[in-house]
Design a protein around this ligand. Structure first.
Ligand SMILES: [Zn+2]
Length: 186
């Protein structure tokens, strides 16, 4: 009998411990085995899945609308030819041709990839009014996955006059493939 009671007690305390372990695991520990990862995909909310997929910096910026420290981003002084994709869902967002140095400390682009004149319906970004900066501003998000990317301002260079001020950690650069070009015949 006392064995039984002891066993009950152990079960109860195990349950309590298991609960706190689950809470701790959700914050600090990433599952190591594939099976656990697969189970968690169906069990956890979308937010927690992003936490597993992204680094803490990427998560705070893209999913919690954070801003990276100015002059800290890896793409600030990056001028390779290629495409900047969404770090969350891989959608192509900004071409290197539209990138310029705004001097503000964040990567800047004149327009989003797919912009035709002023039409942004074929781009992978959406704009949303944002008053959190103290004055009326415009937030830029990934159209595909709602990732917060940065903000857009009207003080950009010609011809667009737009300055897309984008966090490096929200982006993933892919260099353009160098296909062997045929020698031009004149
Ligand atoms: Zn995305």
């Amino acid at each position: 009998m006392s064995r039984f009671v002891a066993r009950l007690f152990i079960l109860a305390s195990q349950r309590a411990t298991a609960r706190s372990v689950v809470l701790l695991r959700r914050v600090f520990i990433r599952p190591l085995s594939t099976t656990q990862g697969l189970q968690s995909l169906t069990r956890y909310s979308e937010n927690e899945d992003w936490q597993k997929k992204l680094t803490p910096e990427q998560y705070v910026v893209t999913r919690e609308r954070g801003t990276e420290v100015p002059f800290s981003g890896i793409y600030l002084n990056h001028y390779e030819v290629g495409m900047y994709h969404c770090v969350c869902c891989d959608a192509p967002l900004f071409s290197s041709e539209a990138k310029y140095d705004s001097g503000t400390g964040w990567p800047a682009f004149k327009e989003a990839h797919g912009t035709w004149e002023r039409d942004e319906s074929h781009t992978s970004i959406i704009r949303r009014p944002d008053n959190s900066l103290g004055s009326a501003g415009t937030e830029v998000l990934c159209k595909n996955c709602d990732a917060h990317l940065g903000h857009v301002f009207d003080d950009g260079p010609d011809p667009t006059g737009q300055r897309f001020c984008i966090n490096s950690v929200a982006l993933k650069f892919k260099p353009r493939e160098n296909k062997p070009e045929k020698p031009q015949e004149n």
